[in-house]
Design a binder for this molecule. Structure first.
Ligand code: NAI
Ligand code: MG
Length: 358
């Protein structure tokens, strides 16, 4: 198990260190684990000017899986785009062809109060948002800005999807649903967008190969309403890059803090990059305040998706649940008046909980 560890900037190294401890603890006794550290983001810029050095890219290419922290710090906007630390992740995603972005929204019962939704609406929440990551309006050509004959400026982008791009993400959705509650909801805007009409068509066609999985379709506006009203109705939601960007953040906030949310991005060969959903949090970096759980749960996703080690993944998830039940909180998930612990103490408690399961 060769894992590239790209911790990056801000709280990236702080939370990644705890995720590595969780990984080493759950694999204790195995000599298979090989960690290869490489610089990315601001850390790489200060070493050589490039936020994604060729050597780091090569390390990522050769690894079986990648554990990523965060990239980007205040002031980056003043740099040319290619040199911006934040752009390094986008370049890495493209270089590795990572097209399937899995973002679970799962409520730990102990944190029900951290949600903005009522307990009776949210208790038991366990949905998986699968966002297509490599296409759509973010990459479509033509794009740009032009001056109209009237002299007015106009900005434009192109929403596009090819059949093969839709097919591969649809297969991921149905296969994921088979491991879960066997329901896929495909979200589009087929009533007004041709690219989304094709989306619905192709997802429906792929769905016939999975007769054991129930497929439904929603327009994105209706999906946003349904997710707020009856979030427990959802199992797997599959959608394009733009709608997925928005809906995954909506689902994320139902669970409380951004410090709790892991993600996985896979390519066609099944290679994955695993990272917390949050960024480098410069406002709390260096103060042992960051919640390491998002990064620790990302390691659980890595074990499940990249190494087929569901049992070890569950042990990590159970350990997180255990410490939360015990009342341990970092500041982002503590309710007013509740005492909190730091990044390292939370990581150590989770590692201990993992170790004492055996
Ligand atoms: P952010 O996610 O870094 O922080 C947003 C807020 O959430 C902050 O108040 C922060 O303190 C809090 N927060 C984030 N993670 C937390 C954790 N683990 N525990 C407790 N609190 C946490 O987003 P922001 O502030 O918009 O961006 C900061 C920098 O990070 C920027 O340079 C941005 O470009 C970069 N960024 C990088 C990402 C990545 O590497 N995947 C994703 C998002 C932003
Ligand atoms: Mg977003």
């Amino acid at each position: 198990m060769k894992i590239a560890v790209l911790a990056g900037d801000g709280i990236g190294p702080e939370v990644t260190a705890q995720a590595v401890i969780a990984l080493e603890t759950v694999l204790a006794g195995s000599d298979k684990l090989e960690l290869v550290y490489a610089p990315i983001g601001g850390a790489a810029v200060s070493e050589g000017g490039d936020p994604l050095p060729e050597a780091t890219l090569e390390t990522a290419r050769q690894a079986d899986a990648i554990l990523f922290g965060a990239a980007g710090m205040p002031g980056d906007e003043s740099l040319p785009y290619a040199q911006r630390p934040g752009a390094s992740l986008l370049r890495l995603r493209q270089a590795l062809g990572l097209f399937a972005n899995y973002r679970p929204a799962l409520l730990f019962p102990a944190l029900a109060q951290a949600s903005t939704l009522k307990p009776e609406v949210i208790n038991g929440l366990d949905m998986m948002i699968l966002r297509e990551l490599s296409s759509d309006v973010y990459f479509g050509e033509p794009r740009g800005e032009r001056v109209l004959p009237s002299g007015e400026r106009e900005g434009y982008n192109t929403m596009r999807y090819s059949e093969s791009e839709i097919e591969r993400i649809a297969h991921c959705a149905f296969q994921t649903a088979r491991q879960r509650r066997k329901r896929v909801c495909s979200v589009d805007k087929a009533n007004v967008l041709e690219s989304m009409l094709l989306w619905r068509d192709v997802v429906t066609r792929v769905g016939t190969q999975y007769p054991d999985v129930a497929l439904s379709h929603l327009f994105v506006d209706a999906a946003a309403m349904a997710m707020m009203r009856r979030p427990l109705d959802f199992d797997v939601i599959v959608t394009g890059n733009l709608f997925g960007d928005i809906l995954s953040d909506l689902a994320a906030m139902m669970t409380g803090s951004i410090g709790m949310l892991p993600s996985a991005s896979l390519n066609q060969k099944g290679k994955g990059l695993y990272e917390p959903v949050h960024g480098s949090a410069p406002d709390i970096a260096g103060h042992d305040l960051a919640n390491p759980i998002a990064s620790i749960l990302s390691v659980a996703m890595m074990l499940r998706y990249s190494f087929d080690m569901a049992e070890q993944a569950e042990r990590i998830e159970r350990a997180v649940s255990t410490v939360l039940e015990q009342g341990l909180r970092t500041q982002d998930i503590a309710t007013p008046g509740q005492s909190s612990v730091g990044t390292r103490a939370m990581g150590e408690a989770i590692a201990q909980a993992i170790a004492s399961q055996a």
